[in-house]
Write a protein that binds this ligand. Structure first.
Ligand code: NAD
Ligand code: GLY
Length: 372
């Protein structure tokens, strides 16, 4: 579908709902939402709020958010965490608890996660565990966070032995995606977000994959209408999946297409060396090759997906960790069962499933997809 066929967003914001019974909540998508008090009208009533952000995002957007919240809370505190995946750990998480306790926060205090997926995942986990659970709101400011991490309630920190290994399922009360914030994202981060957008095509919606192919240059150029449609459609697909399988007992695993290889790249190189989205982009190339070997897709499909990932500005060749190390790292994946690695594969274009694969096949894929 050409871009011109998509509606341009205008006020009021677009809304996608996550339907989870009493844990349901809206995702608001639009420009200029961050500094509009109306965006936060659904926020629970409380005396105090804590905005958790980082040293990069807070100087850009914390003041605007604070102003928007001023008429809802008596006090709004701000905590700036150090910036980076390498800080997504227990020590940094503890800074949030220090701030909450230091400010005398109570059970009604609302946490606002202002930033990308790192801030969102850590703030969500802090909200899940402070006083056994306080309300929180996601205000994602990266493309990756707007299309994926802020939605669905997965919260976590990393452990040196594995990515996102310690965390909880804990839903926010509201997600506010201000598309204007995407204009200040570094280009590499925008591309990283596109990896998670592309993911939704092969696993669920080939028409969306067609649309992304037709509009990838507009997305890379940050065309507002293209970004608006990409965020909305991605959130709709994620809402559909999470609404059926909140705790990943089955279907939700398809959202991890490319992630088994990707997480191995991230932890194998050391967190932060490759961005999460870059690792997922390259991981999807590997997972597509594996899908071909398992008979789900043909070589033309693999080539098509690879070219799209490349056009989005993402790496398509994996680092030389060595097949043994890849396999060792992938066995730590949360989908593994009794030491057997389980991959998300495309079983036919637009549909994904979880499958094991013989090590020999995985070694073939790694030999084909990694630098020597
Ligand atoms: P990130 O949070 O590290 O943000 C990327 C960089 O962009 C950071 O340096 C950040 O400070 C900066 N930044 C953020 N917003 C900005 C803006 N508007 N302008 C300028 N700079 C800005 O990375 P990410 O890609 O947003 O998130 C990756 C994390 O998300 C990973 O830890 C991953 O595991 C997690 N994740 C979680 C889920 C989930 O379901 N919970 C899903 C996917 C990814
Ligand atoms: N990002 C994968 C999930 O939310 O399940």
């Amino acid at each position: 579908m050409p871009l011109s066929a998509q509606p341009v967003l205008s006020a009021p914001p677009e809304r996608v709902d996550i339907q989870l019974g009493e844990r349901s909540y809206p995702i608001l998508i639009g420009a200029g939402l961050l500094d509009d008090p109306a965006s936060f009208a659904a926020t629970p009533a409380a005396a105090s709020a804590l905005i958790v952000s980082n040293t990069t995002v807070a100087p850009l957007y914390a003041q605007a958010l604070r102003a928007a919240l001023a008429n809802r809370f008596r006090t709004v505190h701000l905590l700036e965490l150090p910036d980076g995946e390498v800080y997504k750990n227990l020590e940094t998480l503890n800074l949030i608890f220090d701030a909450l306790l230091g400010h005398g926060s109570d059970r009604k205090t609302v946490l606002f996660a202002l930033g990308g997926g790192v801030v969102g995942d850590m703030t969500g986990f802090a909200a899940a565990s402070y006083m056994r659970g306080v309300p929180f709101v996601q205000v994602p400011t990266t493309l990756l966070a707007q299309v994926d991490s802020s939605v669905g309630g997965k919260t976590a920190i990393n452990h040196p032995l594995g990515k996102n290994m310690i965390g909880a399922f804990y839903q926010p009360q509201l997600v506010v995606c201000d598309l204007g914030t995407l204009q200040t994202l570094p280009p590499r981060e925008l591309s990283a977000g596109l990896a998670e957008v592309i993911k939704y095509g092969p696993i669920h919606d080939m028409a969306f994959l067609d649309w992304i192919e037709a509009n990838v240059d507009a997305l890379v150029a940050r065309d507002p209408a293209a970004l608006a449609y990409a965020v909305k459609r991605s959130c709709e697909i994620k809402a559909l999946v999470v609404g059926q399988d909140e705790r990943e007992t089955g279907l939700r695993a398809i959202l991890n297409f490319g992630h088994t290889f990707g997480h191995a790249i991230e932890s194998g190189l050391g967190y932060g060396e490759w961005l999460h989205g870059e690792a997922v982009g390259c991981g999807m190339v590997m997972a597509a090759h594996l899908s071909q070997r398992l008979g789900g897709v043909d070589a033309a499909f693999v080539e098509r997906l690879t070219r799209l990932i490349e056009r989005a500005g993402l790496p398509i060749v994996g680092p030389a960790l060595g097949a043994d190390r890849y396999l060792e790292l992938m066995r730590v994946d949360k989908k593994s069962e009794a030491g057997e690695i389980r991959f998300v594969v495309i079983d036919k274009p637009g549909s994904a499933a979880v499958s094991s694969a013989p090590d020999a096949l995985v070694r073939d894929v790694l030999a084909q997809c990694c630098v020597e």
